[in-house]
Design a binder for this molecule. Structure first.
Ligand code: ZN
Length: 356
């Protein structure tokens, strides 16, 4: 399994052609082990599905083989004790290798599986996921429960914040810089709005897993010269809202701030994605907690992710979807690694979970 993981890391899958090559490698490897795979294409990206078992219930394992860019040395994996270093070691080629290996093992007694198990391998999670996991769900590839093998230290990422990305175009009035009182400074309007936003009830939302939403003022474009009062200021926000909040209500509250403060501005929505709200009482979560406790000798923690993963596509259909993967660190960073022993433990857990 670790040999398979090393081969996956060597594939430089930070660009679409590299991700497709990595996926093709997975297809060949699975076929050599006797698995019947289906390859799909969407917008130039490859997607792999395979299914074993029988019955009405379907459990899905989802893994992405694409990675974020890295220094070239990171595509040469190396082992130091229990740690395997390399780009994608944690995020999430370890999850993919464990899923592929476990899928093959389970296929050997496929007729004993109490449910169907689908493997979904995809190639664009790091660039949004719309073209591969999104495509799968739009084309009916969903089930009763989904595990995305993102690195979670063998803990269970039950929820994920929703996404609301938008731009506000603040409008002012230009004047000579020496007579700012004759104009209306759009940058100051934006600053005033921002302080009101941080005081607003939007920021107070919380639940069991989250203290607050994440509010990132991401970009500002305004002003051209010293001696002119800027009449335009475009600010982009990335708000990750707490499950239970609604993007529509947040936008309504933002408009209310603008109206109350008499700020002239237009809101332009870039993207909205729902939060993942898998229930802690989902039978597949309960059985995973039991399996994890039996194999790790301690109960896994349920937690909420601040960022989003491909779980959101499946969850938008009302399906329980979680992030659950091996132990690692520094993913997207220069010293990314995964714990080798956790990869073996992970494979044992997901295999036992299918059979439970
Ligand atoms: Zn990932």
């Amino acid at each position: 399994m670790i040999d398979l993981l090393k081969k996956l890391i060597i594939h430089k899958s930070d660009i679409p052609t590299g991700a497709n090559e990595a996926l093709q490698f997975c297809a060949n490897w699975l076929e050599q082990q006797g698995i019947e795979v289906n390859l799909h294409q969407n917008n130039g990206l490859d997607i792999l599905t395979a299914e074993i078992g029988q019955g009405a219930d379907c459990l899905i394992w989802n893994g992405h083989v694409d990675v974020v860019p890295a220094a070239i040395e990171q595509y040469t994996p190396f082992v130091d004790g229990d740690l395997l270093f390399g780009r994608g070691a944690a995020d999430m080629k370890a999850g993919v290798a464990a899923m592929m290996f476990s899928f093959v093992e389970l296929s050997k007694s496929s007729d004993k599986l109490p449910r169907r198990l689908q493997l979904h391998l995809v190639t664009d999670e790091e660039t949004g996921g719309e073209n591969t996991s999104g495509w799968l769900v739009r084309n009916g590839y969903n089930g009763q429960f989904v595990i995305c093998g993102e690195p979670t230290q063998l803990q269970i990422g039950l929820q994920a914040k929703g996404i609301l990305q938008f731009e506000i175009q603040f409008k002012g009035k230009a004047s000579h810089g020496s007579r700012p009182w004759e104009g209306l400074n759009a940058v100051l309007q934006a600053m005033h709005f921002h302080s009101k936003l941080l005081e607003s009830p939007i920021t107070n939302a919380h639940n069991t897993f989250y203290d607050s939403p994440s509010i990132n003022l991401a970009t500002i474009q305004a002003g051209e010269r010293f001696n002119v009062v800027p009449d335009q200021c475009n600010v982009r926000y990335d708000i990750r809202y707490v499950p239970g909040q609604s993007a529509e209500v947040i936008l309504h509250d933002i408009q209310k701030i603008l109206d109350e403060e008499k700020i002239q501005a237009e809101i332009i929505i870039h993207s909205i994605a729902p939060a993942v709200t898998t229930s802690a009482d989902d039978p597949f979560v309960l059985s995973l907690l039991k399996t994890t406790a039996a194999i790790c000798d301690k109960q896994a923690t349920l937690f909420g992710q601040h960022g989003s993963a491909d779980t959101r596509f499946y969850a938008a259909d009302g399906v329980g979807a979680i992030e659950f993967g091996p132990t690692g660190a520094d993913w997207h960073g220069p010293a990314e690694y995964v714990s080798i022993s956790s990869v073996y433990r992970y494979a044992n857990i997901i295999k036992a979970h299918v059979l439970s």
